[in-house]
Design a protein around this ligand. Sequence first.
Ligand code: F6P
Length: 554
Amino acid sequence: MDLTQLSTLASQAKNRSIKSLFSIPVQTELSFTESSRAQQFSLSSAGLYLDYSKQNINEDELTALLTLAEQKQLSAKIAAMFSGQHINNTEDRAVLHTVLRASDETRKKILGKQADEVIQTEEHMEKIVDDVRSGHLLSASGKRYTDVLAIGIGGSYYGIKVALSALHPFHCTGIRVHVIANVDGGAIQEKLSKLDVDTTLVVVISKTFSTQETLLNAQAIKSWMLTSPSDGAANNTIMAKQWFAVSTNIIKATAFGIDEKNILPMWDWVGGRFSLWSAVGLPLALAIGNENFSRLKAGAREMDEHFQVADFRQNMPVLLALIGIWNRNALEYSSLAILPYDHALRALPGYLQQTDMESNGKSVSNNGEKLPWSTAPVVFGQEGTNGQHAFMQLMHQSVDIIPTDFILALNGSSKYLEHHKVLVANCFAQSEALMQGKTLAQAKEELQLAGYSANEIDKLALHKEMKGNTPSNTILMETLTPKTLGSLLALYEHKIFVQGVIWQLNSFDQWGVELGKVMGNEVLAVMDGQSSEDLSCSTLNLIKRFQEQSTIVK
Ligand code: F6P
């Protein structure tokens, strides 16, 4: 079976209501009952519970997808990734973020001598955290650090951001950690207004140390921090004590002024969007402490182990991926909503937007051929219940069906227990409402019961109809902890990898972002007075307006 045949395979599903699947008896290990779909289409692993019974899929269709996964040699591809084969073929690199959270024994087996570097980097990172916490590491003026400012963008930012907010209750070091990504002077100004030069430690995170936004931000923060008028010796001390970097590019980082002993390495086998587990996680560890950072990795490791050994029918990342393939290629839905019902997970939709869309938003196979099928969906989302009062209107009543992942911790982290109960109720209710919808007949009956006249019912009923039949997953955890967060992030990492295998593309490069970077420089040159034959008159006109009206030019 091929991906192009999935749409035909789904002809029955396209005209089927998800609700009807609940009335079909299904076989479970427990018994042969009508209500067992919830058991058969759910599983637990690594502290997470996945319910996918509200998907528009039956056992036969799932079996066909599992066969497809076998045909695409998924088992061999998983083994290839974990063993360090160069599966990122367009860049000729291994993909080994999993080794960063593996046992030392596994690290040595996969990396050989390089395992020592990984272990030493981890120890270095832990020492920095301990020394900052204990006051052993002080600022240039001899003060204890109160704040850490991390500068990075894309994969050198999203992971830290999502984990910093998700693990807020676990911030235990007394150090406030801030992240700056966008090249926006307003954002820098706002951040710096809250910081004190004498008590702020800076970490520049850039795998390449050549990303325009990061370098410009680092430069601005350097100017803010260094003495004016310039005192060379004092500035050298500030750089040596207060500036750290995480990068593969030691030469550029030292040229920027960061002391070599303060540069923690990265390796070309860790992709930016999978790099939280490396020294990129230093700012996070400075907030949550070394023990919690280890727990985060332990959660991810548990998911890695499950992913490698579980039978595909009981394999959480594989099932999540196959369901996504079913929705994208068989039912032809083009988006995916990520709705964490948890304020702490508010950054998760943005994080997954990058991991999913930058990994699989491609249309060429790893053999360099045009792909005849659709790939990554448009990922968007927001914390619930806020989304209910915004875009969920469209999800209930537009013609587009938007598959959704609901994510929820059964226990909240606050003392407001009633709030959490209401939040949970809303989460469960939304998945039910999206699936059940409301028929025209039900809408009419409701209006009739409410005392509306026949004329009014005719006018209003269609407005009250809800299309329903929107598929969703619900991912539950007992509590959001470093460990369950680690499992959750690894779950999505592996889901994305599996989808890349099925779609036959390389999930680990990102050539698509290059053109914008190149053109950005070209536009900048034109803004500075150079001519260009490549830019359209639309863009040239916009530049002209900037030149006429911006105070920067005048
Ligand atoms: O968004 C493109 C990208 O290359 C990402 O893949 C990467 O995470 C980000 O830019 C930042 O790159 P760097 O860590 O090299 O500064």
